[in-house]
Every structure is written in C-alpha cells, then in structure tokens.
Write a protein that binds this ligand. Structure first.
Ligand SMILES: O=C1O[C@H](COP(=O)(O)O)[C@@H](O)[C@H](O)[C@H]1O
Length: 376
C-alpha cells in the first residue's frame, strides 16, 4: 500500500480552519468496484502499480449469514498477511465454543467507500465535508440533522467543522454512539471530549445535545438514554418500518481490537438484536461501565463513517477491510448499514498495510467479497 499510494507533495500541518479547507480535497476515494485516483486536483496521490490478480487465498469465505453445518473449517483462523491461512485455533474461549450463531453477518454486505487522505489533517477536512454534506441533505429534507459521535481519538477529527458558516448547527441533534458511565466533568467522559473539541465551539443548542444522565446505575443510565431518544419526534428522528431509529450520520472510531462504540469482540452486547441502548458493566477497556448504541441502531443509519487515522490503526484497518473474521471477532465488520452508506476515512498511515492493488473488481463487498468459495 505504501508503494501503491504516494504523495508527491506532502501537505503541511494546517493551523487554521481555512488551511483545513484548502486541504479538504485531498482524498483518494477507493470505491468498491474500482480503484482510481481522483485527479490531479485531488491529493496528488497516485496509484502507480499495475492491477494484480487477487491472491488465491483471498475471498475464500462466502458471506452467508449462517452456515448450515456450523462454522466452516476455514473460519477457525485468520489469514496471515502472506495470504496463507493461519493455523486453526484450538481455543475453547469466546469466539469458538460460544453459541455458534450468537453472531452473524448481516445478509448481503455493502459496498464500502474507502477514502484515503494524504495526511490526518486532510482527513479531518474531508470528514468535515462528509458531515456537512449529510447535514445539508437532512436539513433540506426535514429540517433536522441527527448525528451520533464516538469518543476516543475520533473527537479530535471533528475540528474541521469548527467555523463552518455553511453548516446550520441550530438544526443539529447530537447523540453519543457510546458513553462512559462517569460524571460529565470526568476526563473519561465522551461528552466532555466532544464539548471541548466541537460542541462549545459551534452553535448547537444545548438542549439538542443528548448527554448521559449522571449518577445512575449503568442499567438505568442506558434506559434513561434510550428514553431520551424515544422521546424525539419522527421529524427529528425518523423510524424504519421495523421501528429502528434512522440517524442521519454515525461517526465511529475503531479500537485496535476492532471494537466500535462500546461493542467489544465476542460480547453479548455486540450480538444484541434488540434494544436501542444497552448497558455495559464490564467493558474490557476502562472505564468498565458504559452505555452504547446497539448494532441494529448503527446499521439503520443513513451515513456511517468509520474513522481510523494514524499508524496505530493500520493493523486493525487491514484486518477489518481485507480479512473476514469469525463474526463477532471484529465488531467493526458487523457494521453494514442496511439502507445507508458505509464509508471509511483513513490517512496514509492507517492505510499503510492495505493491499489495494489486490482489490480486484467485485472483491470489495464488505466484509470481504461475494466471490464463491473455492470449495464448499
Ligand atoms: O472506548 C472507546 O473506544 C473507541 C475507540 O477509541 P480510539 O481512541 O481507539 O479511537 C471509541 O470509538 C469509543 O467511542 C470509545 O468509547
């Protein structure tokens, strides 16, 4: 990947919003069906390797939702970076001997739009464009825009929205993809981080920012948060025919273990098929108590972006985009919005381990491909 994408003129670190704006075109969009540079006016990144045939080890696994005879042998391990199958796991722990159908991939699988920016700063500007577009569309359609924010490293990526006079923040309703069950003043609070980086700098009305209620046991905190969402009228938060809320935009971070929101690998909350908001009382990542939107809520959204920037995300990005895991082992692979669009926002550092020349035609259904397996 590092060889496949090169940036002839590295972008300098912007210190102002206008510099963010100047860099906002710096994307290379890699669509599911083809890989193409976006022209000279884009990042300057060049795809300079001839297309290669996909490795025979790729696309072995059919993205069916259930396997009639349980988990196929090939699912016992990941594929190695070389393309060879990793040894089958002998583990008796979660992921092998758990109820075999606790997790399933959603049927179908989406195309995913992967945007790779020259720098984290260009990615921040590109993300602002993405959100601004989603905001404009929603406000034009029904006069409101609902956006769910993750915590962690994602929050700093929101900086490109500050100072944008073309975004009508007065129509925004801000939710949290997940939240830690801590006081809002705590350094662990996702609300506190979002407030510091974005919400205090843009004119979103305070009553349209839905924060967790402090001081409740985690179960009650989740119920209370779900109640706040349920109270929103359909003009603000429409519902699907199955009564799932349709958020306009969900911004997900992804942990090095593949978790999104507070949905961790092989956990019951990750497998939940009911409920809008769940408590997590024993998160493997501190703090232990959290609340989280469920996968069905995330997958009912119109626009879902997985934002992963920096070298520290390179491994999980490669695993998530190029290696189909046992369902539940990489929760980010379960993100497949049914009626919406899925995007990944990367920079060169986080994309460094991808093997884009091998993303042959038709092979980027997510996760992995719909190519038939070599043997059934
Ligand atoms: O704990 C959390 O982690 C994830 C990922 O965070 P990152 O710092 O590794 O990017 C985050 O998306 C989630 O909202 C947060 O609560």
């Amino acid at each position: 990947m590092a060889a496949a994408l090169r940036a002839p003129c590295a972008l300098s670190r912007p210190s102002t919003v206008s510099q963010f704006r100047q860099q906002r075109t710096g994307a290379v969009a890699v669509r599911a069906q083809k890989v193409e540079a976006q022209g000279a006016a884009a990042s300057g990144a060049v795809l300079d390797q001839p297309a290669r045939q996909p490795s025979p080890a790729i696309n072995l696994i059919q993205p069916v939702t259930r396997w009639p005879e349980g988990i196929p042998p090939a699912m016992g391990g990941h594929f190695m970076p070389s393309g060879a199958a990793a040894p089958l796991s002998q583990s008796k722990g979660p992921g092998i001997d758990i109820h075999p159908l606790m997790f399933t991939y959603p049927a179908g699988g989406n195309d995913v739009a992967v945007q790779i920016y020259d720098s984290d700063f260009a990615a921040v500007a590109g993300l602002a464009e993405y959100v601004a577009k989603a905001s404009a569309e929603a406000i034009a359609a029904r006069g409101a825009f609902t956006i769910a924010l993750s915590g962690g490293s994602l929050v700093k990526s929101l900086a490109g929205l500050v100072g944008r006079s073309d975004v009508d923040f007065s129509k925004w309703w801000v939710l949290f993809v997940d939240e830690r069950n801590v006081p809002l003043s705590s350094d662990d609070s996702n609300y506190k981080a979002a407030h510091a980086e974005l919400l205090r700098k843009v004119p979103v009305p305070a009553n349209q920012v839905l924060a967790i209620k402090e001081g409740l046991p985690v179960q009650q905190a989740a119920t209370h948060y779900a109640g706040q969402l349920l109270e929103l009228p359909a003009s603000v938060l429409p519902r699907t025919a199955d009564a799932w809320p349709v958020l306009d935009c969900v911004l997900l971070g992804v942990g090095p273990d593949g978790h999104i929101a507070s949905l961790f690998p092989n956990r019951k909350e990750t497998a939940a098929t009911e409920g809008w908001v769940l408590p997590v009382s024993d998160s493997p990542k501190p703090p232990a108590e959290r609340i989280t939107l469920t996968l069905p809520v995330i997958n009912a959204a119109k626009n879902v972006a997985v934002v992963a920037l920096g070298q520290g995300k390179a491994e999980v990005v490669q695993r998530a985009l190029e290696v189909q895991s046992l369902p539940g082992a990489l929760p980010v692979q379960l993100v497949q919005p049914a009626g919406g669009k899925l995007s990944w926002v990367l920079d060169q550092a986080s994309a460094a381990k991808l093997r884009i020349p091998e993303w042959a035609e038709g092979s980027k259904k997510f996760p992995r491909s719909e190519n038939p397996p070599k043997s059934a």
